[in-house]
Design a protein around this ligand. Sequence first.
Ligand code: TXE
Length: 500
Amino acid sequence: PDTFTHTFDTPLFKGKTSFSTGLYIDGKWVDGVKGTTIDVVNPSTGKLITKISAGTKEDVDLAVAAAQKAFDTTWGLETPGTKRAELMNNLGNLMQKHHDELSALEALDNGKTFFWAKNVDVADSIGCIKYYAGWADKIQGKTIETTNGKLTYTRHEPIGVVGQIIPWNFPLLMMAWKIGPALATGNCIILKPSEFTALTAIRMAELIHEAGFPPGVVNIVTGYGSTVGQAISEHPHIEKVAFTGSTVVGRKIMAAAAQTNLKNVTLELGGKSPNIIFDDADIDQAVKFASHGIFWNQGQACSAGSRIFVQETIYDKFLQKFTEKAKSLKIGDPFGVDTYQGPQVSQQQFDRIMGYISSGKEQGATVHYGGKREGTEGYFIQPTIFTNTKPDMKIVQEEIFGPVGVVIKFKDDADVIRQANNSEYGLAAAVFSKNIDRALQVSHKLKAGTAWVNCVNQVHFQVPFGGYKQSGIGRELGEYALDNYTAIKAVQINFGGFDV
Ligand code: TXE
């Protein structure tokens, strides 16, 4: 296997400096069939960290064969839920043991701060795996009364071999959201991490191995979307694909599924979530959450509160406080103890965001604060606030996926509901008001898969998450996600109750 040795200048790795960087197929580390690699770049510096394998269609075929074999012989119906739970808890415990190391790897590879990686990404990933371990022995069907002398029951069976394609904004967390429910219900997995941030998935493969999962149950094939991702979406023996990423790629995955074996598809796509602040809100609370809503994780959150609607009577006061808050956010080294904002994940994303900032200016919006690159090295962008926007501007309609928010005035409840719903997306929405009747009435009228009241960006593994409209199909997390990974079989037995 290909390994690299890198001396990380942080004690957080506890001396572990060597990682496998091949593909993890059938419980073994292997080189990709073609032997090509992908550069892994540190977004804080733009410098090379290491190289990982660039898998291909042939590697996906090998992984699917391994997964199918595991499903038929050692996993699937062969391993009881209690055993699946035990292995998943082993994995959760190993992640806990390596909590700092996983957090450091995420900060290094993605650019998010070590603080947030540790307290959200890794903490919630552990929580998610253990939560679904709890479900593994509680997958149950129903008995259904029809006629006397007939027994009918349902079984929630694992689907079989499933494909999972994940993005770079929460690399480990998205992996946990995907593998948790799939393993709990007895499926075998081919997972493709993003080509930009595969290091935690690779490290997880080592922990999955150590936890004792049989070979072939989880296979990690690193590589590009157009090769490995496409091969997963088109594969005739993958029965389900779960994807988190851009709406453009979501469409391709659905089309590929439709044109091949009609595999089940769940999609968690982009957003342009409204964050609504009424004049009866606690303004300091609203400012704090509005800032966290758009600037947290460098704005690279699908649920980011990127359209901030403020009632006209408090608009100036809010804008002044919100700007002060943006100014106070410390940008810099993700490992710095007081850093809030790290670099964007890649040169590509940096360019995309700077392109949106230029487009906002060209279309006549005002850069109220920020709008520039920060420093000269790495992919850092200042927290940016746009005002004087028009509803059809690109910065108001399209997902920027960076620390760039638009602040928009509104008159009253009806006006803001209309403006907030004027979007092709519908992932999340937030309402700030101390009038609970108003907050709930407005929340219920917003076309979004999540509505937050007096908070933003709260996601919990027990609570379903997903989008209306072009933000996706299906729900992840909570009990709801189990349905994505089970096929229902109805068994009907005649015990003397009827004849043809
Ligand atoms: O996403 P891609 P990109 C949005 C966000 C961002 C934009 C572009 O607006 O600015 O998407 O980011 C794999 N078949 N989100 O281009 O390409 C790819 O390898 C199968 C929102 O990086 O969608 C990676 O593993 N797979 C989002 C994954 O798709 C393919 C998170 C996501 O990358 C593929 C990320 C193909 N043809 C971006 N092409 C969210 N919902 O949180 C690429 N991939």
